[in-house]
Design a binder for this molecule. Structure first.
Ligand code: ZN
Ligand code: ZN
Length: 392
């Protein structure tokens, strides 16, 4: 079966590169993936899949019906949106839209979803069970997955695979992470209200700027002294504003930041822990506060069983030296985690780096991928899917 899948992938490679370049040249921002979605739907239909459009606003779902009795359903999720970045690569298929660029590799992801669907729909004898191909919009604004789930994309799904390109892994290799792949990312906003007064007479006022600085310092120190250092947390206050003049004590400060964590219990406990510190500092110095805490996407926690299956598939297809077991999580975020609230799954990192040239990071205007990664990606996904149906 691996040979059949590899042969199909090699035969399809020129077409897949054409697809990827078409999507790359016509990027669309989060929530506006109309042309991409129509293009994806067209390719899926031509492979004989049952296609549903406008799922999760601009998402697409393709169903490949199995020929056997297995009642499980395996899903593969890819994302389709681009970023508000002005591409500077000078590639012949560079973005035709000024200010919009596929700088996160979602053009490659979409191609991988389509390529895997093409291969699996052509397998002799078909698949024992049903597969769902989920093409989501708006990953970059961490909204698309929740739109897809709300529209039923995870209904009857037993397991799900996801993939993200990674420029620091060389092309033709991939990385598998056991445990947490990405962090939970929450939004934090704190308003501190003191009392205005003359800059020369602090004893007659309540200085909101100084109290805000105490809040930030206490939070950072308490993180290091009261939280388990093996459960990482990053708290970044990225915005702060307050005050009207150099000689007036400020009565209002607004701070906003991002809170990243890997451990689910830490993630659940953080809002109350932060608020307790803010409250204590404010109370000590007589200020009032309000705090808004919004849980963003949770951490991507990969399923160990599906990881083992993926690792076995990748090692058989490419050999052990092309499969990296990733030692570290990332404190980046990925809304793939929202699908994992409905079924176990795993997301792997597909190498797109070039050994001979320096790579540019994701979200960089010079970001490029080595297109050899496309065959690596589709074969890995198709063969792992095949192995999934062989086990119970
Ligand atoms: Zn991105
Ligand atoms: Zn991305």
């Amino acid at each position: 079966m691996l040979t059949q899948i590899k042969d199909l992938a090699e035969k399809l490679a020129p077409r897949l590169i054409e697809i990827r370049r078409h999507i790359h040249a016509h990027p669309e921002l989060s929530g506006q993936e109309y042309q991409t979605a129509a293009y994806v739907a067209g390719v899926l239909s031509s492979c004989g899949l049952h296609v549903e459009e406008a799922v999760g606003k601009t998402g697409v779902v393709g169903e490949l019906t199995g020929k056997g009795q297995d009642s499980r359903r395996l899903a593969i999720r890819t994302d389709m949106d681009a970023l508000p970045i002005n591409e500077q690569t000078n590639l012949e298929f560079a973005s035709r839209k000024p200010g919009v660029m596929h700088a996160c590799g979602h053009d490659v992801h979409t191609t991988l979803g389509l390529g895997t669907a093409m291969i699996l729909s052509q397998l002799e004898g078909g698949l024992p069970g049903n597969m769902r191909f989920i093409f989501q919009p708006a990953e970059e604004i961490a909204q698309g997955a929740s739109w897809m789930v709300q529209d039923g994309a995870m209904r009857d799904v037993s397991h799900i695979f996801g993939v993200h390109v990674f420029p620091s892994i060389p092309a033709r290799s991939l990385g598998i992470r056991y445990g947490a792949l990405t962090a939970a990312a929450d939004d934090l906003e704190i308003f501190i209200t003191g009392e205005s007064g003359h800059g020369a007479r602090p004893h007659q006022a309540i200085d909101a700027i100084w109290i805000a600085s105490q809040v930030i310092t206490t939070l950072q120190q308490a993180l290091s002294r009261t939280q388990n250092p093996l459960h990482p947390i990053v708290l970044t206050i990225g915005q702060i504003s307050g005050g009207r003049a150099p000689n007036i004590i400020a009565d209002q400060v607004r701070m906003a930041g991002t809170v990243r964590s890997l451990h689910p219990k830490t993630h659940a406990d953080l809002p109350a822990w932060i608020e307790n510190i803010v409250a204590q500092v404010c109370q000590t110095y007589g200020a009032k506060y309000t705090m808004n805490y919004r849980h963003g996407v949770p951490s991507v926690q990969n399923d160990p069983t599906l990881n083992q299956l993926l690792e076995a598939a990748a090692k058989e297809a490419w050999g052990g030296d092309r499969v990296q077991i990733l030692e570290e999580s990332s404190l980046g975020a990925e809304d793939f985690s929202l699908y994992l609230q409905h079924a176990p799954g795993t997301m792997f990192r597909l190498g797109v780096g070039d050994r001979d040239r320096p790579y540019y990071p994701l979200h960089h205007p010079l970001f490029e991928v080595d297109e050899a990664a496309i065959v690596t990606g589709v074969v890995t996904l198709a063969y792992a899917s095949w192995l999934y149906w062989q086990g119970q």
